[in-house]
Design a protein around this ligand. Structure first.
Ligand code: HEM
Length: 804
């Protein structure tokens, strides 16, 4: 075909190939309509019905023993595809598209491919596929006349626009997601029959969404908050959602209190403030009356609540779940995600400043890491706890305010997750994804954690409103790779076109299909959990061991490094100083006394309290002896960042800079997966010291201030340094990097700029500051040293020196 400039040349919307791709059923009909054919179908239907003269599995519905082992459902085979078809001409049987995961191929993307739209070289059309001739003007009676009601093009466009927004999530509204895969590193068939863990090397596609909890959809990323860590595994046996957080415990013990907790932390209802912040009266009023939240408060006031990156935080399933093996034997399990890039957090001053300069800091970081190939990666670990072990613990593992210390029950690594693909469309994927704790697959079951019970109900319930009806499981990002066959029908936005006349079970007209899978293949609930761990009476209450509220709050605090402890005290001080009611401040400090006298004293001092209030009376009078008093794995220092991969490094330049070190560093850092950005007082370019070479500038210091970077490299070249030394933005840039504990690289003999910014290369005790790297003029020679300093991310020695 001759080339032409016409936009749709050769690719018109009427292209028969395109049509065929979109068509629902282009196969030839099996039987042509006709009286004889109808008769044949009737005979086949009767034969099928006759094959099931009675409900053979009925007796198995009764009795305790039968209840433990449901049988496979009775079913019969139809004579031909037409027997169970809706019409004589229907030829397609019900094989749903979708393939099993195989290595190197993310099959979960296929369901998205079916609905992908590529408008390149296409005409604009209406939603009915009619080409639009003019997208600039509404239809009017004369050029100056009134617009006409018959303008269906305008009305369709406005109507669709008017309905573009859907309700945001009631919690976790602000989030960012990515596709990836889970790889089994350790088959655990003895523990569970869950599909992803059956074979070493088995790959299961995943979609992960990370979120803050309290803020609205457009709120800042770096608020002090818990982070949601939700992963949807598209397994061969249906979707499994591990909907966790970046902290292993929770505020409350019973789902009954969840709406109260959320109402308390969300903006106060009378004036709608504050946004994305727990530092206000109602939150602290509630939690100070709920001593079981003290452990979680320690986590939320710690640096865990302000991660540097979504890729540098741990994830936890929080609740105890159950693994069930093929023989039906079960154990308790706790899930842990361990980040390959280490656990790295921000400091509060940094988080506050970032939220102003880049409210999308975490979303951008996740996006950039994936686009640049520095794929976020976690190991999946499990703690396995038998029923007998659980009984011997000083706390109840059904209590979500408690963790199982890794020193007591080690974490075994069973797989890894790599996020390697950004969503193509934020709304279609990240916004419409619907996670739910009720989405489990054979081999995974619930414990009796009463918080988990509420969650099993809550997610689907809210999603019916958020996603507009009961069929959101058909939205491509939510639809499983495993086939879906049931007798659920209709409802808003239904897409499945189910063949045949049958929508009930038992049936004989559909040959008994779809039939129940039975215990061998279907999901079964572990019966033992009803027998062995629960009282028989219907009660509203909690087990006695839930009443101990402070031992693990103390455990967490005592396990932190001095710098981390100082940050916790500062966070309590900041948050409580925003509380306007002194009685609430006092109540909280009185509660803290039960976890740590020294922390309570420090917070009280910070709040200007003259006297410590009495310790809060405990719900449990007798002392419970914890198994351990310190758990080193609870400190962020247990898994420090050890790589520059994914880091952002600022290379400061100005006119007169030496060009070679800039390009050398850009290349060296890129080769290690770090992103070097050239930063100057203004965007555009700067002229190097040879008067000729132009160096392109990526961003200005106003646009990307120092606190958005993990490290800064000061320039080489006297003229450039002279320019920068006079610029207050430059001095702020360097001061912030220093204050936030990060790496500064300067060339030897060229560190005047450091002095001007008040930065000393040594610590107060005269030892060298490991985060200030002075390198010779050839950065290649010193790159190892530079890389090592940046890979540490932060240099707590600097703050420690200030504290002591
Ligand atoms: C009874 C307690 C809880 C209830 C009733 C509850 C309820 C909810 C609801 C209604 C949503 C919004 C879901 C949506 O619109 O798609 C949500 C989101 C979420 N919840 Fe919970 N939640 C509870 C406790 C927890 C706990 C303990 C965790 C962590 C283990 C958690 C983690 C999450 C996460 C990660 C999301 C966001 C999922 C996403 O990215 O779409 N929730 N929760």
């Amino acid at each position: 075909m001759a080339k032409t400039n016409k936009p749709d040349a050769g690719k018109s919307n009427d292209d028969p190939k395109t049509k065929a791709r979109r068509g629902s059923d282009s196969k030839t009909a099996q039987l042509k309509p006709g009286i004889a054919e109808m008769k044949t179908k009737q005979l086949q239907v009767n034969a099928l019905a006759a094959a099931m003269p009675f409900n053979a599995t009925k007796p198995s519905e009764y009795g305790f023993v039968n209840a433990l082992v449901p049988p496979q459902g009775d079913h019969a085979q139809a004579a031909s595809a037409v027997t169970t078809a809706s019409t004589l001409s229907q030829s397609n049987t019900s094989a749903k598209t979708g393939t099993q995961a195989r290595s190197g191929h993310n099959a979960a993307i296929d369901s998205l491919d079916r609905v992908r739209v590529d408008s390149s070289e296409r005409h604009l059309t209406t939603n009915q596929g009619v080409k639009i001739s003019d997208n600039q003007n509404s239809l009017k009676l004369g050029l100056r006349g009134p617009a006409l009601l018959e303008d269906f093009v305008l009305r369709e466009k406005l109507t669709h626009f008017d309905h573009e927004r859907i309700p945001e999530r009631i919690v976790h509204a602000r989030g960012s997601g990515a596709h990836g895969y889970f790889e089994c590193l350790n088959a655990i068939t003895g523990l569970t029959r869950a599909a992803p863990f059956q074979e070493v090397g088995k790959v299961t596609p995943v979609f992960a969404r990370f979120s803050t909890v309290a803020g609205e959809r457009g709120s800042k990323d770096t608020a002090r908050d818990v982070r949601g860590f939700a992963v949807k595994f598209y397994t061969d046996e249906g979707n499994w959602d591990l909907v966790g957080n970046n902290m292993p415990v929770f505020f409350i013990q019973d789902a009954m209190k969840f709406p109260d907790l959320v109402h308390a932390v969300k903006p106060e209802p009378h004036h709608g403030m504050p946004q994305a912040a727990s530092a206000h009266d109602t939150f602290w009023d509630f939690v100070s009356l709920m001593p079981e939240s003290t452990h979680m408060l320690m986590w939320v006031m710690s640096d865990r609540a302000i991660p540097r990156s979504l890729a540098t935080m741990e994830g936890f399933g929080v609740h105890s779940f159950r693994f069930v093996n093929a023989a039906g034997a079960s154990v308790f399990v706790k899930f842990h995600w361990k980040p390959k890039f280490g656990t790295v957090s921000l400091v509060w001053d940094e988080a506050v400043k970032i939220s102003g300069a880049d409210p999308d800091f975490h979303r951008r970081d996740l996006w950039e890491r994936i686009e640049t190939g520095a794929y976020p990666e976690w190991e999946l670990g499990i703690q396995v706890i038998t029923e007998e072990q659980a009984d011997t613990l000083s706390f109840d593992i059904l209590d979500s305010t408690k963790l199982v210390p890794e020193e007591l029950i080690p974490v075994q690594i069973i797989g890894r997750m790599v996020l390697n693909r950004n969503p193509d469309n934020f709304f279609a994927e990240t916004e419409q994804v619907a996670f739910c704790t009720a989405h489990v697959v054979p081999g995974i079951d619930f414990s009796n954690d009463p918080l988990l019970a509420g969650r099993i109900h809550s997610y689907v319930d809210t999603q019916i409103t958020r996603l507009g009806g009961p069929n959101f499981h058909e939205i491509p990002i939510n639809s499983p790779l495993a086939q879906v066959h049931n007798n659920q029908r209709d409802g808003m936005h239904r897409q499945a076109t189910v063949r045949g006349q049958v929508a009930y079970e038992p049936n004989s007209l559909g040959g008994g299909c779809p039939f129940q899978a039975g215990a061998d293949q279907g999901f079964t609930t572990v019966a033992a959990r009803l027998n062995s761990r629960e009282e028989q009476a219907k009660v509203r209450g909690k087990p006695g061991r839930f009443a101990e509220h402070y031992a693990q709050a103390a455990l967490f605090y005592e396990s932190q490094s001095p710098v981390e402890q100082a940050h916790i005290a500062a966070a309590f001080r900041f948050e409580l100083s925003k509380v306007t009611v002194p009685a609430i401040r006092e109540r909280m400090v009185s509660s803290l006394r039960n976890a740590s006298e020294s922390l309570a004293q420090e917070v009280a001092d910070g709040l200007g309290m003259k006297h410590l209030p009495e310790p809060m009376p405990r719900a449990l009078a007798q002392h419970v002896e914890p198994e351990i008093l310190v758990s080193p794995s609870l400190s962020l220092t247990a898994r420090p960042g050890r790589t520059v991969r994914g880091s952002r490094i600022a290379l400061l330049v100005a006119d007169g800079v030496k060009a070679l070190p800039v390009s050398q560093l850009q290349q060296l850092l890129a080769s290690k997966g770090a992103m070097a950005r050239v930063i100057a007082p203004r965007v555009g370019s700067v002229t190097a010291d040879d008067g000729k070479t132009e160096i392109a500038v990526d961003a200005s210091m106003e646009g990307e201030p120092g606190f958005l970077f993990d490290a800064v490299v000061l320039p080489q070249g006297d003229a450039a340094i002279d320019i920068l030394m006079d610029d207050p933005n430059v001095l702020d840039f360097v001061k912030n990097i220093y204050r936030h504990g990060k790496t500064i690289v300067a060339f030897s003999g060229q560190h005047r700029l450091l002095e001007q910014a008040g930065v000393s290369p040594s610590l107060p005790d005269a030892s060298a500051d490991p985060g200030i790297v002075i390198v010779p003029n050839d950065p290649k020679k010193a790159f190892g040293k530079i890389e090592q300093a940046i890979a540490r991310h932060t240099h707590p020695e600097r703050e420690l020196a200030r504290l002591s």
